[in-house]
Design a protein around this ligand. Structure first.
Ligand code: ADP
Ligand code: MG
Length: 568
């Protein structure tokens, strides 16, 4: 075939593929336009997996009658005007590609009315061309209706997944923006059924309740705005939002929502920063629930990387990373409640007295009070001083605090204490070492040998003196004092079997040492031993979980006791 210039309709369709990958992309672009138009109400209706119909209705600025056709031209936008503007994008859209792209792969109707116009305008497009225009009544705002998506692009249609999958992608888009814009009232209807409604109250927690439910919302901790000493640096990123307590962690990353200047992004860097902040608080394979927005001056971030605008690049990556990590970590440490025993006695049919002794947070509005009483998380800065009452089942320490009863898992608590101690000693290069009277030979499998060779130096930092001694044999001259008399050989074997280059080895060694040297469940402790353990626990910054992320204690407050016993 000779070289020739493609026909414009074909060009438009090819280009549209970049922006409109699936029905959820249409929802995303239209919702972004509604948000850019300053809407306070956005309603999204979809049918047939978004292929039959997508309709987005808003009460925003509307498009002036004289400009509607232009809005459907490629690269036509009201949001930027010069190359310089690219440096300071504060709107979600700016490329002027969405409307023409959608019109290239679907049938589009629009009704819009700008503030100062007396009537609305209706425009209908087929194959990107206007086929009808008339005046129509409408209050201020815009409604875009997209029908028969990809009907003329069979390749795309074939690539779409089941209705349920496409519906979930579209719901995901609306949910994320509902979380990013709590002041906007969102509604989503899927095949006529209302699946999401947010109140538009401006409070993030209200959006979280609607998107994730009350159970998650009750376990969210607010990221406190950083208090500035002096004036904030212009370029300092501000981190706001809410993070879930480790108790509501999930097995995938879908519950992590990251926004940059309220643009939803899938930045790996930011996800990593958040997960780093949860380090040591989550069980393996678990991921946090978090909704985080990073505000920074538009010049500090480049969003013009890809037509879908979900990728971002930061000019000062490192500053953003550490701001996020620090803010999340602080929220977790400051506010992490000791897990509470909820409704212990319900199984015995104790009368429940709604609301009794359970202060609902001042913000909660009566509409949100569920039928069962909600326990507001008690901020526990550190552990209060505790009085030991006894030991249960040779495994749990029972203690009394200023507000009720604490049950402490002796093994988990001791693990946390030792883990902190081991890390601290290593970083100060002050590990206590126990030399062995006679060097001990240590035989390993070929796989273990490879790992051990590569980890000798790391192990040495923790007090293990291990050197090669012939084929698949090592000589151990010293071990950490903590492990003397314990099964250190078993510990090292376990560590070597845990995989070669996976994970942070220093962390793994510290966890493993803590686990092997901590008191076991089933071990009888004297009162003095329990007191000492609790005293050490009181001094730890994050006393509430063990290094594997399991809770070290549960708390039954006096309020809950009163409730359970039906007193008031
Ligand atoms: P972009 O959002 O990148 O500017 P679009 O193709 O999405 O490009 O939209 C083109 C223009 O149409 C926008 O710049 C805006 O002026 C106008 N527009 C689109 N949707 C709306 C809406 N819901 N309300 C008001 N104006 C809109
Ligand atoms: Mg747009």
């Amino acid at each position: 075939m000779p070289i020739r210039v493609l026909d414009p309709q074909l060009v438009a369709r090819i280009a549209a593929g970049e922006v409109v990958e699936r029905p959820a992309s249409v929802v995303k672009e239209l919702v972004e336009n509604s948000l850019d138009a300053g809407s306070s109400q956005i309603s999204v209706e979809v049918r047939g997996g978004g292929v039959s119909l997508i309709r987005v209705m808003d009460n925003g600025s509307g498009i002036p009658s004289a400009e509607i056709e232009l809005a459907f031209d490629r690269y036509a936008t009201s949001k930027i005007g010069s190359v310089d503007d690219l440096e300071s994008i504060s709107s979600l859209g700016f490329r002027g590609e969405a409307l023409p792209s959608i019109a290239a792969v679907a049938q589009v109707d629009i009704v819009t009315r700008a503030a100062d116009e007396s009537a609305g305008t209706y425009l209908s497009l087929q194959d990107g061309k206007v086929v009808n225009r008339e005046s129509q009544g409408r209050s201020q705002g815009t409604t875009v209706t997209v029908k028969n998506l990809f009907r003329k692009v069979p390749a795309r249609l074939k690539f779409l997944k089941s209705l349920a999958t496409e519906n979930s992608h579209m719901a995901n888009v609306v949910s994320r923006y509902a979380l990013a814009f709590p002041e906007v009232k969102f509604a989503l209807f899927i095949d006529g059924r209302a699946t999401l409604r947010t109140p538009g109250s401006g409070r993030l927690i209200d959006s979280i309740i609607e998107v994730y439910g009350l159970d998650v919302a009750q376990n969210m901790l607010e990221i406190e705005a950083e208090r500035w000493e002096g004036r904030p640096a212009i370029s300092s990123p501000q981190v706001t939002g809410m993070v879930g307590s480790p108790s509501i962690s999930r097995s995938n990353r879908d519950y992590l929502s990251l926004f940059v200047n309220r643009r939803w992004t899938n930045s790996r860097l930011l996800a990593w920063a958040v997960e780093e902040a949860y380090h040591g608080l989550l069980m393996q394979g678990k991921h946090p629930v978090a909704i985080i927005n990073i505000s920074l001056s538009p010049g500090e971030v480049d969003v013009n990387i890809h037509p879908t605008k979900t990728e971002v690049k930061f000019h000062h990556e490192h500053a953003v990373f550490s701001a996020v990590q620090k803010a999340v970590r602080q929220a977790l440490i400051k506010l992490m409640p000791v897990p509470k025993i909820e409704e212990v006695a319900t199984a015995y049919g104790a009368p429940s007295v709604p609301g009794q002794g359970l202060p609902l947070s001042a913000e909660a509005d009566s509409r949100l009070i569920p039928s069962s009483p909600v326990t507001a998380p008690t901020p526990a800065v550190t552990l209060p001083a505790l009085r030991i009452l006894g030991q249960l089942s040779s495994s749990y320490i029972i203690a009394e605090g200023p507000d009720g009863l604490y049950l402490i898992d002796q093994h988990a608590a001791h693990e946390r204490i030792l883990f902190e101690k081991i890390k601290d000693q290593r970083s100060r290069q002050a590990v206590e070492v126990q030399g062995l009277l006679e060097p001990v030979t240590f035989e390993v499998s070929p796989q273990q040998e490879a790992v051990l060779k590569s980890q000798c130096a790391n192990l040495a930092e923790f007090g293990f003196s291990i050197e090669p001694f012939g084929e698949r044999t090592f000589l151990v001259r010293a071990v950490p004092a903590l492990l003397s008399g314990k099964d250190w050989a078993g510990m090292v074997r376990e560590l070597l079997d845990s995989g070669g280059d996976k994970g942070d080895w220093r962390e793994k060694i510290a966890i493993s040492m803590a686990c092997h040297s901590a008191v076991k469940a089933g071990q009888v402790l004297t009162d003095d031993e329990m007191r000492e353990l609790v005293r050490q626990l009181e001094q730890i910054a994050i006393p509430h979980t063990c290094p594997h992320g399991r809770p070290t204690m549960i708390h039954l407050s006096l309020g809950q006791l009163r409730k359970e016993f039906g007193r008031s």
